[in-house]
Structures are given as structure tokens and as C-alpha cells.
Write a new protein. Structure first.
Length: 67
């Protein structure tokens, strides 16, 4: 039995992974922007416990994904 996959298959797979990596990085940057915008909105409004908890949770999620 021999592996009939060509070296270009590996290259295509690497390019696909790189593309997904770039998309994930872009989405994480967007999440950071959303978190910052939510923080600005919350700072301009009357603070409530639920808003503070939601902001904290969104920051935690971003932190978990960017470690």
C-alpha cells in the first residue's frame, strides 16, 4: 500500500489551516471591538448589576479565546 497523496495536498491543507487561523484572529479582533464598544455604552449609562455581569462575562470569553 502506498500513500497516493501528492505534496500539493499537504500544501493545500496548510493553506486551508492558515486561512481558518486568519479568520479566527479577525473574529477575535471584532469581539475585542464589540467589548470595548459595550464598555463605552455602559459607562455612558446608569450602571446596573446585570450590565456589569454581562460585560465581565464577555471579557472572560475573550480572555479564554486569546490565551
Amino acid at each position: 500500500y502506498s500513500d497516493s497523496k501528492s505534496p500539493t495536498d499537504g500544501h493545500a491543507r496548510d493553506m486551508q489551516w492558515k486561512s481558518m487561523e486568519m479568520e479566527i484572529e479577525s473574529l477575535l479582533e471584532k469581539l475585542l471591538d464589540v467589548n470595548e464598544a459595550m464598555s463605552r455604552c455602559a459607562a455612558a449609562a446608569t450602571p446596573t448589576t446585570s450590565v456589569s455581569q454581562k460585560l465581565a462575562r464577555h471579557r472572560d470569553i475573550l480572555h479564554e479565546f486569546t490565551q
